[in-house]
Design a protein around this ligand. Structure first.
Ligand code: ZN
Length: 182
């Protein structure tokens, strides 16, 4: 596993994402249409109108191993209740009304937006590798910490602003560490 190999495979990962989202386009609904009452205290109306949720029986994960990217077995076999690609996220049937899960995936939507697709994928993969897997990936830690504040009814705040500030602090350090070898 190397930074170069990952960079080389980015177009393949992007192509898989675009195909997957296109395949589910008919089932995608704006988060704003789900009738949640609390998300509006944490996210802008524009974000809630543009972010799309797609209910599915199994959340799709990119076939990284078959693309030659090894070491992501844990990620590929996660069976997560939600997963985000660009400004869309998949949610397992039964979790469509789970406002906390939507909150979590929206953190990832903001991360994708702020970093841009290539940099998000690189940062997410580097976080996975350098920090010891899914649970300790800084991009996931950020989402779980903010979700926990939401779950504990923290007073409303601008989540996107916090995410952007945190990313600007964390991501350059990840890339710096990666450049010295994985
Ligand atoms: Zn997550």
């Amino acid at each position: 596993m190397s930074l170069q190999l990952l960079q080389q495979k980015l177009p393949e990962v992007r192509a898989w994402i675009d195909l997957t989202l296109a395949a589910y386009a008919a089932q995608a609904r704006p988060v704003a249409d789900f009738g949640f009452t609390r998300l509006g205290s944490y996210y802008s109306a524009a974000l809630l109108a543009s972010a799309m949720a797609i209910p599915v029986a199994k959340v799709p994960a990119p076939p990284l191993a078959s693309m030659g990217l090894t070491g992501f077995d844990e990620f590929e076999n996660l069976n997560a209740a939600g997963i985000t690609y660009l400004s869309s996220f998949f949610v397992l049937h039964g979790y469509e009304r789970d406002e906390s899960l939507h909150f979590h995936e929206l953190v990832h939507v903001v991360q994708w937006k702020h970093l841009g697709p290539e940099r998000f994928i690189m940062a997410y993969a580097l976080g996975h590798f350098l920090c010891g897997g899914y649970d300790t990936n800084p991009l996931e830690v950020m989402a779980y910490v903010l979700q926990s504040a939401f779950d504990h009814h923290a007073p409303g705040f601008d989540v996107a602003a916090v995410v952007r500030t945190e990313l600007d602090r964390i991501v350059p350090a990840l890339f710096a560490r990666a450049s010295t070898g994985l």
